[in-house]
Design a protein around this ligand. Structure first.
Ligand code: GLU
Ligand code: MG
Length: 445
């Protein structure tokens, strides 16, 4: 654990002038206050206060007392683009007690419970994003007018036109010690992904939060907008944030998901974890695919490139990208339901709880699927007993409401709040008449 003294040393050595004392609310978008470096001691004691109601969905009304951000110095990150400023993730406290509506605190609670059982969750995340331009008439399009291929994935020429952008990010991540190891042009026009090395789930959640902000910052410096929105364009593939997951022994730091002798390279424990993810998949979706737009990504109707690459069914398989859980290699599993809008803290918190429930109840993973599920007929899916992920946010919320394990993971009070906020979001969406309705109904009825 980094102490105030450790940070004071970094301030000295690196000439840090300011901190950004930061936290996230339900959307996962970071909020912060600037704190001059000579107030480090005060900040550590909780000098950064916030009017929570103004910050977003974090369980506060305009009448509530200040929320206090208590920084966790293990997350200290010097901004690569402004090296005299350092960002630090915090936990929210109110009236001297941890605030049950703080997503980082919710994840830490799950991490602590898992550690008591001897487990550490390690995660790696693949947050995809699109570079877009907003026109003055409100419309939006991919930012590079030359990036027009029907199958743009891995296109070297489009990658080359964006090398300044992506290599800047790669250098920054390298400087931060995240060990980025690959970057590609993804399946939608102007869509990219950068992969970095996995870590314990809290470290990855902090990095995921910082990453989204860093990508947007660098994009803005280059005159465009980076968006992690799950499905910005109906004719293009959406933005996933696939989670690669493994459980490790808390004492020995060995991967408990690994079994070299198994056909998928997975242990019994890993199969039960998959059983848990499948058992709770419908409720998990309310958190891992958390907005109205998320469900426009989780479809099988192909965009222009030929495949959504996003899951629709609750299945697992080998390196098969048409389903919810892929096994990319020995000792880890990939949850492909998670999208760019998922809160970096809440998503792993609920996945961990669901997986551990699978282990505790010895839930089976079921049969490995190797088919192209986008082309499997409804009859065949039914015959194989394959279930569907929710098709709307509202449906996912119904599932969450019924799921004790996922609700407990969020904390009952927060879970109920989450459902209230999200139902309201659904209602606002549902109450607005769309262009599609006008195009299809106005002349007909
Ligand atoms: N963009 C796809 C998604 O929304 C994933 C493509 C991939 O497999 O990387 O999940
Ligand atoms: Mg990808």
């Amino acid at each position: 654990m980094k102490t105030v003294q450790d940070v004071a040393k970094v301030v000295q050595e690196r000439g840090i002038e300011f901190f950004l004392c930061s936290f996230v609310e339900m959307s996962g978008a970071p909020k912060a206050k600037v704190v001059p470096a000579h107030h480090l001691e005060d900040m550590a004691q909780g000098s950064a206060g916030f009017a929570g109601f103004a910050a977003g969905e974090i369980g506060q009304g305009p009448h509530d007392p200040d929320m206090i951000a208590i920084p966790d110095f293990d997350s200290l990150t010097v901004l690569p683009w402004r090296p005299k400023v350092a960002w630090v993730a915090s936990n929210i406290h109110v009236n001297g007690a941890p605030w049950p509506y703080c997503p980082r605190t919710i994840l830490q609670r799950q991490v602590t419970q898992a550690r008591k059982k001897g487990y550490v969750l390690k995660t790696g995340v693949e947050p995809e994003f699109l570079l877009v331009r907003r026109n003055s008439n409100g419309t939006c399009e991919p930012h590079d007018p030359l990036d027009t291929l029907g199958k743009p994935c891995y296109d070297l020429r489009a990658l080359n036109r964006n090398l300044d952008f992506t290599t800047t990010l790669l250098k920054y991540m390298y400087e931060l010690g995240w060990d980025p190891y690959a970057n590609d042009h993804e399946d939608a026009n102007c869509q990219f992904e950068i992969n970095w090395t996995y870590a314990d789930c809290l470290t990855t959640a902090d990095r995921h939060t910082f990453f989204r902000w860093m990508v947007r910052t660098v994009a803005e410096q280059q005159g465009c907008l980076a968006t992690f929105m799950p499905k910005p364009f109906s004719h293009l593939t959406g933005n996933g944030a696939h989670f690669h997951v493994s459980l490790w022994d808390a004492e020995k730091d060995t991967n408990l998901f690994l079994n070299e002798r198994d056909e998928n390279g997975l242990s019994e424990l890993a199969y039960h974890f998959i059983g848990g993810l499948k058992n709770h998949a419908k409720a998990l979706a309310a958190v891992t695919a958390p907005i109205v737009n998320s469900y426009k990504r989780l479809i099988r109707g192909a965009p222009r490139s030929g495949a959504t690459w996003a899951p629709v069914y609750i299945t697992f398989g080998g390196s098969n990208r048409t389903q919810m859980i892929r096994i990319p290699g020995p000792g880890r599993i990939e949850n492909r339901t998670v999208d760019g809008a998922a809160n970096p803290y809440l998503a792993p918190a609920v996945m961990l709880a669901a997986g551990l429930d699978g282990i505790e109840r010895n839930l089976p993973a079921g049969k490995r699927n190797d088919r192209n599920l986008y082309e499997t007929s409804l009859e065949e899916l039914k015959a194989a007993g394959i279930e569907f992920l929710p098709t709307t946010l509202n449906e996912a919320l119904d599932e969450l409401e019924r799921d004790e394990v996922v609700m407990e993971a969020l904390g009952r009070e927060y879970g109920e709040y989450y459902i209230r906020v999200k139902r309201e979001e659904w209602k606002r969406y549902h109450d607005s008449v769309s262009q599609w309705e006008l195009d299809n109904y106005l002349g007909l009825y």
